[in-house]
Design a protein around this ligand. Structure first.
Ligand code: 13P
Length: 253
C-alpha cells in the first residue's frame, strides 16, 4: 500500500512570537507547488493560535508538542487536547524522548495521552526510540515494541490509521548522528510487523512511520527512499524554512 509521506517540523522550545509566524509563513509560501506530502509544524504552545491563523486556508497543518490526557481540572501548567483543537491544531506529538527522559513520562501516561488526542478528533504522533545503551545491548526492537504497545494500548482499532509513529533513536536526536537508511528501515519494518499484529493488515498498511533524529536536507532523500520510512519528524532543520522545505521536497520525490 502506498502511504502519503508526512513531514512534521518540531520546533521544540525555540522561536519568539514574530519569528514563529514568519517561519510558518515562509514554509507555507515555499511549499505552494508541493503536492502529495502532508506537512505540519509544531510551534511552542504560546504561538499555536497565531501560527494556525497564519496558515489558515493553506495545506500546512499545526501540531502541538505535548498535551495532558485529562479533559480539564487542577493540572497547573498543563494543556488539554480540546484546548489544542480549539487553538487550531490537527496533530499532537506524544511521548517525545525528551519528555520521557526529562519529565518522567512512562508508557502508561503516553498511552492515556494518545487516547485523549484521538478522543478530541486530533491525530497523535507517537514517538518511540531506544537510547545508545539499549541499542548496544541489542534491545532496540524490544524497547520500541514496548513503547508502541504502551502508546497504542486500548486504542479503538478504527482510529489506528490516523496515528503516526515517529521512530526517533535517542542517540540520533540533536547529535548529527543519523541512523543509516538500513538501520532506520530495520526498525520501521519491525514496527510495521507489530502494527500488523495489533491492528491487522489494513491499519498497518495505512499507518505512517516517520523517522526522526538529525534529519537534514542532505540525508532526507536516502532515509525516505526506504520502503517503511513514510516521513520525518524534524527538529533542528525545521527551524530554517529553507532546509525544512528541502526536506519536504525530498519527500515529494
Ligand atoms: P533533530 O532533528 O534536531 O535531531 O531532532 C529530532 C527530534 O527530536 C524531532 O522530534
Amino acid at each position: 500500500m502506498s502511504r502519503r509521506p508526512f513531514i512534521c517540523g518540531n520546533w521544540k522550545m525555540h522561536t519568539g512570537r514574530r519569528e514563529a509566524v514568519e517561519l510558518a509563513r515562509e514554509v507555507a509560501g515555499g511549499l505552494d507547488s508541493v503536492r502529495d506530502v502532508d506537512v505540519a509544524v509544531a510551534p511552542p504552545h504560546p504561538w499555536l493560535v497565531e501560527v494556525a491563523r497564519a496558515l489558515e486556508g493553506g495545506s500546512v497543518r499545526v501540531s502541538a508538542q505535548n498535551c495532558h490526557n485529562e479533559e480539564k481540572g487542577a493540572f497547573t501548567g498543563e494543556v488539554s487536547t480540546a484546548m489544542l483543537k480549539e487553538a487550531g491544531c490537527s496533530y499532537v506529538i506524544v511521548g517525545h524522548s525528551e519528555r520521557r527522559a526529562q519529565f518522567g513520562e512512562d508508557d502508561i501516561f503516553v498511552g492515556r495521552k494518545v487516547r485523549s488526542v484521538l478522543a478530541a478528533g486530533l491525530s497523535p504522533i507517537l514517538c518511540v526510540g531506544e537510547t545508545l545503551e539499549e541499542r548496544e545491548a541489542g534491545r532496540t526492537v524490544d524497547v520500541v515494541e514496548r513503547q508502541v504497545k504502551g502508546g497504542l494500548a486500548d486504542v479503538d482499532q478504527v482510529k489506528l490509521p490516523t496515528v503516526t509513529i515517529a521512530y526517533e533513536p535517542v542517540w540520533a536526536i540533536g547529535t548529527g548522528k543519523t541512523a543509516t537508511p538500513g538501520q532506520a528501515q530495520e526498525v520501521h519494518l519491525a514496527i510495521r510487523d507489530l502494527l500488523r499484529s495489533i491492528g491487522g493488515n489494513d491499519a498497518a498498511g495505512a499507518m505512517r512511520i516517520q523517522y526522526g533524529g538529525s534529519v537534514k536536507a542532505d540525508n532526507a532523500a536516502n532515509l525516505l527512499s526506504q520502503p517503511d520510512v513514510d516521513g520525518a519528524l524534524v527538529g533542528g532543520a525545521s527551524l530554517a524554512a529553507e532546509s525544512f522545505i528541502a526536506i519536504v521536497r525530498a519527500a515529494a520525490g
